[in-house]
Design a binder for this molecule. Structure first.
Ligand code: TGC
Ligand code: FAD
Length: 388
């Protein structure tokens, strides 16, 4: 009998306009040609070659939803779909693009001076330069308000001291957006690689997001000119507003990992014979596939609704929390369930579901843990903040 794809059952393509579909197909093709052939090796050797930045730049996905300064200026749904296709290959690729476009570039685009924008955005958009975003510290992840990194004035200069932890692309970055406490509240600073007192150390032995560089940033009396400060960022709400952008990409992105896992499991079940029949012909298998398809499609409908709200300028942070919580929670469940369908074959890098599932452990934690998003939704429902 004729077969449908999981998202085909929901008629998702029909909800996209021509430009959105074109962008999605372009990124999917790029992923097939340039990323999929090497992902097993990157993951096993825990590397992400620097040259990938330029390939992403040529593809046009770095800061693609920003306007001007060499950025493509697409709508939010297109950015989401690009994240979905990248994460269908590996969460590490989507992470790279999220951090570069939504955290590093967005922080400069939204809060930077004209000089900072001209200096960094075109190079970051082309992938010639790499950026990172340092908010989390060893003792302050979910609660960045407690950060200990300090910036103090010395004449017109700033002196930064502190440590940032778990920073994606830290070891690759030419420019770090670093958030620090000052006498007047949280402020953001652009710290170029090579500034005396600024060092990075990559984190080894990761079991998750291995095709991504995660680093510590060490700032030991780093002297910066006044022009290094992001002039429009005046409080903690500045870095939190950057997180909205990256979280939005994850709402779509995580569903890419789920879709890839499900397609892999369907393909495997169709060719694998158990007890003399195709694994796909058993009711237990079909029940699993049906339930996972339902969650994937529901997640996609929510993602598109949030995307349309974002394009209309109406998306609120607690709505992004709904999407981030749902997409990542369902995606990790789907990836694990798909792995069961693959049996022993599912435990090597030959098949994607377990790689996706281990990656999604990071995605569940970063950009606000599931618990933080539950609390944000709880606050919207009750009016009572239960964070502290
Ligand atoms: P709270 O008092 O609620 O807020 C402080 C100020 O910020 C404003 N605000 C927001 N503004 C924009 N967008 C949001 N989502 C915002 N959330 C809060 C708020 O209105 C207030 O403004 P003002 O003007 O009144 O000062 O702050 P709180 O200290 O109680 O914390 C709230 C909480 C827990 C939600 C927040 O701290 C939080 O989101 N924690 C999670 C931290 C997090 O997500 N870190 C992520 C680090 S980056 C990362 O993980 C990158 S991984 C990337 C990859 O590889 O893909
Ligand atoms: P904690 O905050 O210590 O939380 C531990 C547990 O306690 C969690 O389950 C949490 O939900 C729970 N918890 C915390 N507070 C409460 C509460 N009030 N009520 C109930 N439960 C609570 N950060 C950056 O700034 N930039 C990056 O580029 C970046 N990249 C990352 C890449 C990877 C691979 C990873 C794993 C992390 C990255 N992070 C980055 C850090 C990430 O944002 C933090 O790990 C995350 O915010 C959680 O902080 P934490 O790890 O300190 O956990």
């Amino acid at each position: 009998a004729a077969r449908s794809t999981p998202l085909g059952l929901f008629g998702i393509d029909e909800m996209l306009d021509d430009e959105e579909r074109d962008i999605q197909v372009t990124v999917r093709e790029f992923v097939r040609e340039h990323l999929r052939p090497n992902i097993g090796d990157y993951f096993e050797s825990a590397t992400l070659p620097r040259e990938i930045a330029r390939e992403f730049g040529r593809l046009g996905v770095l800061g693609m939803h920003l306007d001007g300064y060499g950025c493509a200026g697409t709508n939010a749904v297109s950015y989401g779909l690009a994240c979905l296709e990248l994460e269908a290959a590996d969460s590490g690729f989507r992470s790279f693009v999220s951090v570069q476009g939504s955290l590093s570039m967005f922080s400069i685009h939204r809060y930077g001076s004209e000089e900072q924008k001209n200096e960094w955005l075109p190079r970051l958009a082309s992938g010639e330069a790499i950026g990172c975003f340092g908010l989390t510290e060893p003792d302050f992840g979910s609660n960045p308000a407690g950060m200990r990194t300090r910036a103090r004035r010395d004449g017109t200069d700033w002196i930064l001291t502190g440590t940032k932890m778990w920073i994606t692309n830290g070891g690759l970055a030419d420019i770090a957006t670093v958030w620090a406490q000052t006498d007047d509240g949280v402020r953001g600073f652009l710290v170029p690689r090579g500034t005396p007192g600024f060092e990075t150390r990559d984190i080894a032995k990761k079991l998750s997001l291995r095709a991504s560089i995660t680093s510590e940033l060490i700032l030991d009396d780093v002297r910066l000119p006044a022009s290094a400060q992001l002039p429009q960022a005046n409080s903690l709400s500045a870095p939190l507003s950057c997180l909205n952008e990256a979280r939005f990409g994850i709402v779509f992105g995580a569903l890419g990992a789920a879709r890839d896992s499900l397609e892999t499991a369907i393909e495997y079940a169709s060719t694998r014979e158990v007890f003399d029949r195709s694994l796909a012909s058993y009711q237990l298998t079909q029940a699993k596939l049906a339930d996972m398809t339902l969650e994937l499609g529901k997640g996609m409908l929510l993602a598109l609704r949030l995307g349309r709200l974002k394009d209309a300028g109406q998306l609120r942070p607690e709505q992004i929390s709904l999407g981030k919580l749902n997409s990542v929670r369902e995606a990790i469940g789907i990836a694990r369930e798909c792995r069961t369908i693959l049996g022993a074959s599912g435990i090597t890098l030959e098949y994607s579901p377990l790689r996706h599932a281990t990656n999604l452990e990071s995605v569940l934690t970063y950009e606000g843990t599931s618990e933080m998003h539950q609390l944000s939704i709880g606050k919207a429902l009750t009016g009572i903040g239960a964070f502290r």
